[in-house]
Each structure stands twice: as C-alpha cells, then as structure tokens.
Write a protein that binds this ligand. Structure first.
Ligand code: ZN
Length: 365
C-alpha cells in the first residue's frame, strides 16, 4: 500500500506539470474586428447589380464597374473582398450566406450601432437601456472588461474605433480598457515614430464626418499598438462603410469595404510574422447590423423600420479554428454568441458567466 502510494504521487505531479505546460502552450490571442453596417449581400455576392449602375448612388459608374463589377456573384465578391474570399475561405469559416441557408442574426431589435456593439461585446441584447447612440457609459460589462479584470489579461486588452462613441460602449472609465477612438491621438511617453506621424497627420486630414474618423487612422494606430504592446485581446472597429452608405455613396461604400479587406490582410500577415502572435491568434470579424434591400433605397439605412436589417454575418479564422470555408448548410447563429466564444478561447468562461449566447463551435475539438 505504502509503496504504491509513493509511486502514485510523483506520477500525479508529473501529469499535473505536463498539463500545466500544455495549458501554457495553448495560450491564445484574439483579434476582434467589426465593419460598421456592411451588408451580407455584398459580402457574399459582391457589388449589387441594382446599385452599381445607379447614377443616383454612384458618381462614376464606369470606374466602379471596372473595379468591382464582374459577371458572376462569386467573381464580384472575390474582387471586392480578395483576402476574405481567396485566403480566409480556405483557412477559416464564413457564416451568414442566407442564400445557402446560413443565417446570422442580431438578437437586439434595434438594428443600429450602439445596441449592435453592445450585443457583440457584452453577449446580450439590452433593448431597454441601450436604445440610442448617445454617449452614455455602457452599464453592461463587455468581454474586454472581463478580460481586463482577470490577472492573466490585465493591461493586455485594447480597443480602437473610428466612431467616437466607443469609449462609452466599452465604458473606458469603469473597465480601464484603453480605447483610442474618434479623433483621439496616440498618447504615452513611448510613442513610436509612426504613432507620432499619425498624430501629426490626423488633424490635418479632415474627416467627412464630425463623429467618425477615417479608418486608416484607426487601423494604423491599432497596428502600431499591436507591434509595440502586444495586447492579448484587441478590438478594432472600422466605421467608414456605414457613413458612406447613409450618404448614399455606393462607390465610396464599396471602396471602403475593399480597403478594410486589405487592412485585415495586413493585420493577419503581421500576426503571422510576429513571434508573440504567430500560430496562436484567432481573428473574429462581424458587423453591428445589416441594412435594407427592399425597397432599394433602404440600402442606405437600417434600424427597426428597415426590413431585414437584423441579418448579419460572421467570420472566424486562425489557430484552432476549423476550416470549413463558406457555410452552405442550414444554421442559425446569433451575434450574442461572439463574446461567449471569445471568453471560451481565452479561458474566461467562468468569469464571463452569461447564459444568453452560447459559445460558437468554432474549434476543431
Ligand atoms: Zn448607421
């Protein structure tokens, strides 16, 4: 008895130690990205035939057609989102093609930005309290805040957004998660030369909008921060697409969507050459709401009066994510599952403690 007992203890120690090492080696990073109000229709079918030649919405239809018009929807989507369709479709999963039965929907009934971002980030709709885009600190805890409260991730979470409401959506004040959004500059006493240059450039390149900056600033501030500080969880919220759409500029909306695809490619390529992120990073990409299609003019808008504006899409790829490409079977996913999925990837499910949206089955396990 005594002899076998003394044998068992070291065995347990060895097992525990090896499990500990295994846990360390699966330490994952998450990059969450949103594209404001990009329709599933363009993601899966490219430029819309009814809009691309419509002079009401396009200033130079010849130029736009050269860039983004091709005969088949599959070619059109590939020329609009080349990274997503040539590379991500081969290494990850793309949900939300309603023509094939894959549905991703918001559970909030508002179908505009703050309620959408709240749902994505906190994992639950809150239609009573989040019913405007006003700059009100979010009463709900986001997954960013939950991560930042955990000793493993404290100080290793960051958010970047083009829209100046993000500091409130993330509740920067309470959560302690640094949010660089709107027209904020990079701060700190260790600015890189690129951050200093971005700080000079941003005030001298006027944005068309008073509350949203051009996405290139958001993108490069985020990328510089990732290179310098290596956050474990980073959220990047691109915004141009929604504003161009509201103004009815279909050409600008498409060009912006196409540029964002290139930004995502640049972020991914960076993570795969950086030893901190390489082979242990998951990208999750989605949108805060859809837009209308019928009647045609409702493509510019969204909200609860716009038919089908609650239909969205979701993309995941990276370490451990099952390669299933474009999902072509019947399924129903919801935006309130995203925060739970991030919690699961980061090992924060216990702290997340929200039973509304179940984690998505993204991994190969
Ligand atoms: Zn909008």
């Amino acid at each position: 008895m005594k002899r076998s007992f003394s044998f068992v203890i070291p065995l347990i120690l060895v097992l525990t130690a090896s499990l500990g090492i295994a846990q360390e080696s699966v330490n994952k990073k998450v990059v969450l990205i949103t594209l404001d109000g990009v329709r599933w229709q363009e993601l899966f079918s490219g430029a819309d035939p009814l809009l691309v030649a419509n002079t009401k919405y396009v200033s130079d239809t010849t130029d736009l057609k050269t860039r983004f018009w091709r005969d088949s929807p599959l070619e059109r989507r590939e020329v609009l989102f080349p990274f997503l369709w040539k590379e991500v479709s081969k290494m990850g999963q793309i949900h939300g093609n309603r023509n094939l039965g894959s549905q991703v929907d918001l559970t909030n009934k508002k179908w505009f930005s703050y309620p959408g971002y709240n749902e994505i980030l906190s994992g639950k709709a809150d239609d009573t309290r989040i019913d405007s885009n006003d700059k009100i600190n979010n009463p709900n805890k986001t997954i960013l805040e939950i991560a930042n409260q955990d000793p493993r991730y404290k100080g290793k979470v960051a958010a970047f957004g083009s829209w100046d409401v993000f500091p409130y959506i993330v509740n920067e004040e309470r959560s302690g998660v640094p949010v660089n959004a709107g027209f904020e500059l990079a701060t700190g006493n260790d600015l890189t030369s690129r951050e200093k240059f971005l700080n000079e450039l941003q005030p001298s390149i006027p944005s068309p909008w008073s509350t949203v900056r051009l996405d290139a600033f958001t993108h490069h501030y985020a990328l510089e921060h990732m290179k310098k500080k290596h956050p474990e969880l980073v959220y990047i919220a691109y915004g141009e697409t929604d504003d161009f759409a509201h103004e009815g500029h279909y050409d600008a909306y498409l060009k912006s969507a196409n540029t964002t695809d290139a930004f995502i490619k640049e972020l991914w390529n960076f993570t795969q050459t950086d030893s901190f992120y390489k082979d242990n990073t998951v990208f999750i990409i989605t949108t805060d709401h859809g837009r209308g299609t019928d009647p045609l003019k409702t493509w510019t808008g969204h909200g609860d009066k716009v038919k089908d504006a609650g239909g969205v899409w979701l993309i995941a790829f990276g370490n451990g994510i099952e390669t299933i490409g474009e999902v072509s079977k019947n399924e129903q996913l919801y935006s309130n599952q995203i925060a739970a999925s991030i919690a699961k990837i980061l090992g924060l499910s216990k702290a997340y403690n929200n039973t509304q949206g179940k984690p998505l089955k993204l991994a190969t396990e």
